[in-house]
Design a protein around this ligand. Structure first.
Ligand code: MG
Length: 127
């Protein structure tokens, strides 16, 4: 399903139930953090390798997290009159501009750089 189609379906779902204007932005945002917390509880305090193993053994929970979070993000988009497909394209454009493949390969993944965002070598490579 395309993201634009999904957003429209969620809007129709809310309209059908008479709920289209009854959402509080703050509560939707907090609901997203609740989903993130549920996902985090699956993988918290374990290393990268163990996280991959946990996800492999809990694909359904991981999939629920993605579905629930996307649902809420698209509902939030509807409430704010934002086309999520435009938002996503803009974000992708920004990543492609800031992180061209040659820079990504040169600096390596940020998780492997001590200090991450504070690493001056990494920061000097990105625009
Ligand atoms: Mg959930």
């Amino acid at each position: 399903m395309e993201i634009k189609e999904a957003q429209k379906k969620i809007k129709q779902f809310d309209i059908a139930g008479g709920w289209e204007n009854n959402w509080n932005l703050k509560d939707l945002a907090l609901n997203i953090t609740e989903e993130v917390g549920e996902f985090w509880s699956l993988i918290k305090w374990i290393n990268d390798e163990k996280q991959k193993e946990v996800i492999k053994n809990n694909k359904e929970e991981a999939s629920d997290f993605i579905g629930d979070t996307l649902f809420l993000l698209l509902k939030l988009s509807n409430q704010m009159g934002i086309d999520s497909s435009v938002s996503l394209q803009n974000t992708l454009n920004e990543y492609e501009k800031r992180m061209p493949p040659e820079v990504m390969k040169k600096v390596g993944h940020a998780n492997k750089l001590a200090g991450g965002h504070d690493n001056k070598e990494f920061d000097s490579q990105i625009k």
